[in-house]
Design a protein around this ligand. Sequence first.
Ligand SMILES: Nc1ncnc2c1ncn2[C@@H]1O[C@H](COP(=O)(O)OP(=O)(O)O)[C@@H](O)[C@H]1O
Ligand SMILES: [Mg+2]
Length: 333
Amino acid sequence: MPEKIGLLVGWEDSFPKAFIERVNREPGVVAELAKIGTTPADGFRSPYRVLVDRISHEIPHYRFHLKAAALAGTYVINDPFWWSADEKFFGYSLAAKIGLAVPRTVLLPQKDYIPAIDKQRSLRNLEFPLDWAAIEAYVGFPAVLKPADGGGWKDVSIVHDHAELMRAYDASGTKVMTFQEFIDFDNYIRCICIGRENILPIKYEPKHRCYVHTPGGFMSKELEGKVREGAFKLCDALGYDMNSVEFAVRDGVPYAIDFTNPAPDMARDSILEPHFHWCIEEMTKFVVRCVREGRTALGEHYRFSRYVPLAARSLERGYAEGIGGAVVVGGEK
Ligand SMILES: Nc1ncnc2c1ncn2[C@@H]1O[C@H](COP(=O)(O)OP(=O)(O)O)[C@@H](O)[C@H]1O
Ligand SMILES: [Mg+2]
């Protein structure tokens, strides 16, 4: 029996079709749009060996299902547990910790709260008023005010002085915001990262919000080395198998700007044909590798991983031997 690869998507069109067709040319695996109905708590076993998730950030039911599927032994790309916990500000903190250049960034308390929060009684832990002069002196102007867990350029403002900052902050409502040094970049790079170590740096034009195809290359070997190393370190530290990592380059230094994108843009018209082709090939190789290695959430060392059934692995069903050796990902016998 071929091993099943399931794909979860929203309205995107080009990636799902091409990915499913391409995976279906590989021996021993079959890919399809995953079908998800109800999920029993007891005895659940997903029919999918690997699930590729590009939409559960919009559909909580899928996210919950995927966590149960991981417990049942399916390998989920990307890890639904970590994705649920992740946000941009943690990312900046982690990037700084692993030695990457990060714009000076501070996390701000929310401007507003849900109605159940009584500002006098419920917020006794909150420092108030904030020392805006000190915050602004640290970050400097111009600066960027953006959601600490945002995406798609929503609510991103460039501010040039205190008054503009206050206007943007007042408009941020209940969102948690970060206030960040603006990097006056001379180059902007988006890397598509698959399976953590496969990295495709692409020139990006933020002004026109588009990728650029540069067959002759667009950066020095030295800069490319730094970008590749930074992208790898970030995906590895975050544990994302499918991600995009953005760097703004100033004076030859790549600053990590936006790198928690577990459902990265993979639309053909947006990322352009040669990059799209690379994505389809690398995603295919990666899911096949996950099947061959018998990957489960076991490899991620969650406390619950001791309950992931070993029998869920393709390893036991002989597939791995069939396509050339298996790598055991640790764990119980
Ligand atoms: N610190 C920064 N310096 C310069 N430009 C920035 C900075 N932060 C964000 N931007 C610009 O705003 C865009 C959107 O911000 P980003 O952090 O990528 O959020 P999103 O997740 O919404 O894409 C970036 O592509 C970049 O052009
Ligand atoms: Mg971005």
